[in-house]
Ligand binder design. Sequence first.
Ligand code: TRP
Length: 331
Amino acid sequence: MADRVFSGIQPTSGIHLGNYLGAIRNWVTMQESYDCIYCIVDLHALTVVHDAREMLSNTREVAAALLASGIDPKRSVLFVQSNVAAHTQLAWIFNCITPMGWLNKMTQFKEKAGKDREGAVTGLFDYPVLMAADILAYRATHVPVGDDQKQHLELARNIAGMFNRKFAVDYFTLPEPMILGEATRVMSLRDGTKKMSKSDPSEQSRLNLVDDADTIAQKIRRAKSDSLPGVTYDPASRPEASNLLTIYAALSNRPRAEVEVELESSPFSDFKSRLADLAVAKLSPIAAEMRRISADPGYIDQILREGAERADAIAAPILREVEGLVGFLRP
Ligand code: TRP
């Protein structure tokens, strides 16, 4: 079977540099070597977003960010999860073969549920089963994931194996993780020990993908630095310098080691103005494109409609086969 990449992104507002360098940029590159299916996972987001307007606008915002960053909807399949029925239908079948004990081990559930386990919604507990269904509905072979999703991918592999054993078939191949390249971890511009996050109360902590040139330059100029000489990579003692250096290397598409040599004796202020120029050059065209696309929601919806049709054309026949394998009557 040909290689097929599947990945998902939650529709959240405030897509930032961490999302871009950590995932989106790699999705764009992968289009050159794989058939890619990219899914905006609104069903997963429904575990936390309970506001219709917010859900809709987040979904379009993420679609605009992906398109502006270079996801090509002709080449790749770009669609919204709830538009393709196979995801929830396959998830139910997987629910019926997945032991609760497996889900009880998921660290993300424990983190998200916090102390109030009894109050956590069922969908949050079941989240990894739906994620397995996302991947296996397309019999994807490769799944690019960050560190935080490795355990869920492992679960998807276990569910695929469980299905094959239970029904004595060799139907699902186990999807392989693709570990994303360097700079997967972009840290806060205010505190180099914390991940860049949309939930950080300080706007100064992150570069949003929609930020204009002035905002980008200003945030980098005000980013936290230290007073040691030069700019060196040493996350333990210089978290902020290391983070900015990592961002610089990632945005210039160069290995970190090479950039380190160049910057080791550079005054911090010079480095910051170079980083600001680079970030503006790389990110402000994306921001402009994102604003252009967002101004035309009809265009976004049209692309997502076509994407859903193409996704459904792949997933529906697979679901039919699975239903046959479990013995559902199809008169
Ligand atoms: N859970 C993933 C995240 O939060 C998103 C996701 C949903 C996903 N379904 C997926 C990622 C399938 C990879 C494959 O990042």
